[in-house]
Design a protein around this ligand. Structure first.
Ligand SMILES: *Cc1c(COP(=O)(O)O)cnc(C)c1O
Length: 379
């Protein structure tokens, strides 16, 4: 099955009860048993739920994995991955990453004795220099949020395999429409399904996808034991979102490209961050590991500071000032005070997240309207 067919049919069966084409929302916590243990594969909805199962199968299918797991949020999914580790273990992570991930690593898991190294991974060889005998996990986000750096998944996977270290990739920005990390050698793919997978800004959810049975077993154990699962209603919405992922992504990419090109030629713009530009430092890697360049763009206007950046965002009328990304509607954000406020200023600025930086999640509206909106807001 090819990708566009998988988004609609991958891992799906018509409901056995009445042949419902869409999986019913099994709004139940428990399941009748004829005798203790005499059930139809479902006992309790923290462990299993048929609607969530249908979604988990869809996750596995679109990422070319074998096993999918759905969680109550993207961070809950990351939390489950780190729980594969033990005190004393070390993690090498991208330094330019989602603020909430950084907060989870440094403010929760460091207290449990796990050590994190945050490094720039644009040059994959650098990763090898941080490996010790305690390194158990490499955590990669690519494209990075919000600087749109590109990390060579295949090159990092070679290093992780050679050293017997797990490689997890946060694929939230790219989605499997653009990039399939398991095919490139990663062990675990993670999503904030809140974003492009759900696609309509109407749910919060996380996903993990793996190929290896042993890792899957351990993650299912953690999912059930820690209990950060999503409910059947949200599972249904995410499944519905997945069915249009390919058509939405196609338009996100088209609109993203048009806006990146527009901003680049605008006389008031200092710098545009988008991996589709040939002069992007890792454009060649982006081209080889992604099928297109996505709808996320960051930019800085000339001579701008905190106040002028905020003014531009406030001037926007079609782009909504809001956290999050990946919905059908266009959003604009100010990373330094919003998504990345949990990263200390000096850490943040080292990776380029300055007060003047604006991040756009380009939606699927008519691109002429989006460009006109940016034009009036930038002036
Ligand atoms: C939003 C986001 C997360 C966290 O996901 P939630 O669903 O908000 O918990 C993790 N990684 C990236 C890249 C994100 O954009």
């Amino acid at each position: 099955m090819k990708f566009n067919t998988k988004t609609i049919h991958g891992g799906q069966e018509h409901d056995p009860a009445y042949g419902a084409v869409m999986p019913p929302i099994y709004q139940t916590s428990t399941y009748a048993q004829s005798t203790p243990g005499g059930h139809k594969g479902f006992e309790y909805s923290r462990t299993h739920n048929p609607t969530r199962k249908a979604l988990e199968n869809a996750f596995a299918s679109i990422e070319n994995g074998k096993y999918g797991l759905a969680f109550g949020s993207g961070l809950a999914a990351i939390d489950a991955v780190i729980k594969l580790l033990k005190p004393g273990d070390e993690v090498i992570s991208t330094n330019d990453l989602y603020g909430g991930t950084y907060r989870l690593f440094t403010k929760i898991f460091e207290d449990f004795g796990i050590k994190f190294h945050f490094i720039g991974m644009e040059n994959a060889d650098k990763v090898a220099t941080f490996i010790t005998k305690n390194t158990k996990l490499i955590w990669v986000e690519t494209p990075t949020n919000p600087m749109m750096n590109i990390i060579d998944i295949k090159a990092i996977a070679e290093i992780s395999k050679k050293n017997n270290i797990l490689l997890a990739v946060d694929n939230t920005f790219a989605t499997p429409y653009l990039q399939r990390p398991l095919d490139l050698g990663a062990d675990i793919v993670m999503h904030s399904a809140t974003k492009y997978i759900g696609g309509h800004s109407d749910l919060v959810m996380g996903a993990l996808i793996v190929k290896d049975e042993k890792i899957a077993e351990r993650l299912y154990f953690i999912q059930n034991a820690s209990g950060a699962v999503c409910g059947p209603q949200d599972s249904f919405l995410a499944l519905r979102g997945i069915k249009t992922l390919h058509v939405r992504m196609q338009r996100h990419c088209e609109n993203g490209k048009a806006i990146a090109m527009y901003l680049k030629t605008h006389p008031k713009i200092e710098k545009v961050y988008w991996p589709g530009f040939e002069e992007h430092p890792n454009h060649q890697i982006a081209k080889s590991q992604m099928d297109d360049f996505g709808g996320m763009i960051s930019f800085i206007t000339k001579g701008s500071d905190y106040n002028s950046a905020i003014k531009i965002i406030e001037n926007l009328k079609i782009f909504t000032l809001a956290e999050s990304l990946g919905g059908v509607e266009s959003l604009a954000g100010h990373p330094a005070s919003m998504t990345h406020a949990s990263i200390p200023k000096e850490e943040r600025e080292k990776t380029g997240v300055v007060d003047a930086l604006i991040r756009l999640s380009v939606g699927i509206e008519d691109v002429d309207d989006l460009i006109a909106d940016l034009k009036q807001a930038i002036g």
